[in-house]
Ligand binder design. Structure first.
Ligand code: PMP
Length: 366
């Protein structure tokens, strides 16, 4: 294929790792061999150097500024992906004799539940599994445990293409969220949560960094008997520098936050995300050819899932789209069909290109 220049980038609809902002990649490319004023790559310097400490603390400060994070929350940059949080959350927050409530809205929620059950008592407060997770349950169906250790939700369901439009009312119980696939896609009221975690590889940066935001009072629940690397209190007391953090990932995450600020912050990106998703859903709903798989009231702005009239046509659609420069549209293996992931860095022109391609495909095959 020869060397590809940045002007030849294709439209990347991958669910994650996913498209990153081009200015971020270009800056990283310019600075890869020698950070300005440092003369070494960010990958070659000590995590205890002033330079790295500044990169880490600037990223945390930018995250705080973007979200308006209240002072009583800590921001951690950990390793192990969101899947490690499936274990860390109950290990730290679920005490003996307590119950944790989980709302089962997806294959990822289900995995979180499986891990929590290894640690303690879990109540599945509601599940939409019987409806192949095509919607978020209404408040009336969520049966919470009085005095639960916490309530866990998955704010955006990457595989099924659904999202919570309003947060459940959990009273004084800490709300814990896996926000891997919608973190910073718009304003987020973090004061409503006890803890939020997200793997970085969709909206924040590369894989390898996991962001955890935790309310300080919850750190008192972390027992010294926990494995050190699984202990939020230790990670918070050491500003995520107990051991070597994922330094390159933190650097890219920091650049991504600067990019978000330059766009105008979370309100600005929310408007862009609304517009991108609305265009694609309008095309899906325009005729009966395409069919959205999520119920309309639960539709995700980040992951747009849809089907074609037959599996045979779906098998033709994906490679034809790839050939047209629209990659990563094949749905998750567990649900089939198509999935267009429209994370923050995905350009609106790519949505227009997909809509054009879909119209053309329908004309030829409808
Ligand atoms: N939760 C959600 C909502 C996800 O989309 C994913 C990854 N696609 C995960 C958890 C797992 O993340 P990781 O691979 O970082 O463990």
């Amino acid at each position: 294929m020869g060397t590809m220049s940045t002007t030849e980038r294709i439209y990347n609809f991958s669910a994650g790792p996913a498209v990153l902002p081009l200015p971020v990649l270009e800056q990283a490319q310019r600075e890869l061999v020698a950070l300005p004023g440092v003369g070494m790559s960010v990958m070659e310097i000590s995590h205890r150097s002033k330079t790295f400490e500044n990169i880490l603390n600037t990223a945390i400060a930018d995250f705080r500024e973007l979200t308006g994070l209240p002072a009583e929350y800590k921001v951690l940059m950990l390793q192990g992906g969101a899947s490690t949080q499936f274990s860390m959350v109950p290990m730290n927050l679920l005490g003996a004799g307590q119950t944790a409530d989980y709302v089962d809205t997806s294959t990822w929620s289900d995995k979180a539940i499986k891990e929590a059950k290894k640690v303690g008592t879990v109540n599945v407060a509601a599940s939409t599994k019987a409806d192949v997770y095509n919607h978020i349950p209404p408040a009336s169906e969520i049966k919470l445990t009085p005095g639960a250790a916490y309530v866990h939700i998955t704010t955006n369901n990457t595989v099924e293409g659904t999202e919570w439009k309003t947060l459940p009312d959990v009273g004084e119980v800490p709300l814990v969220a896996d926000a891997s696939s919608d973190i910073l896609s718009g304003p987020i009221e973090l004061s409503r949560f006890g803890l939020v975690y997200a793997g970085a590889q969709k909206n924040l940066g590369p894989s390898g960094v996991t962001l955890v935001v935790i309310r300080e009072d919850l750190l008192a629940r972390s027992q010294p008997s926990l494995p050190t690397m699984m202990n939020y209190k230790v990670m918070a007391e050491n500003n995520s520098l107990y051991n070597t953090p994922p330094t390159f990932g933190v650097y890219i995450l920091g650049l991504t936050l600067k990019w978000l600020k330059s766009l105008g912050g979370l309100k600005a990106i929310a408007e862009i995300n609304q517009r991108k998703a609305a265009k694609l859903y309008a095309e899906i709903d325009r005729t009966g050819f395409y069919r959205g798989t999520a119920q309309k009231a639960s539709r995700s702005l980040m992951n747009v899932t849809f089907r074609l009239p037959s599996e045979d046509l779906e098998k033709v659609f994906t490679p034809a789209a790839t050939a047209a420069g629209l990659d990563g549209l094949k749905g998750h293996r567990s649900v089939g069909g198509m999935r267009a992931s429209l994370y923050n860095a995905f350009p609106e022109a790519g949505v227009d290109a997909l809509v054009d391609f879909m119209r053309d495909f329908e004309k030829k095959n409808g």
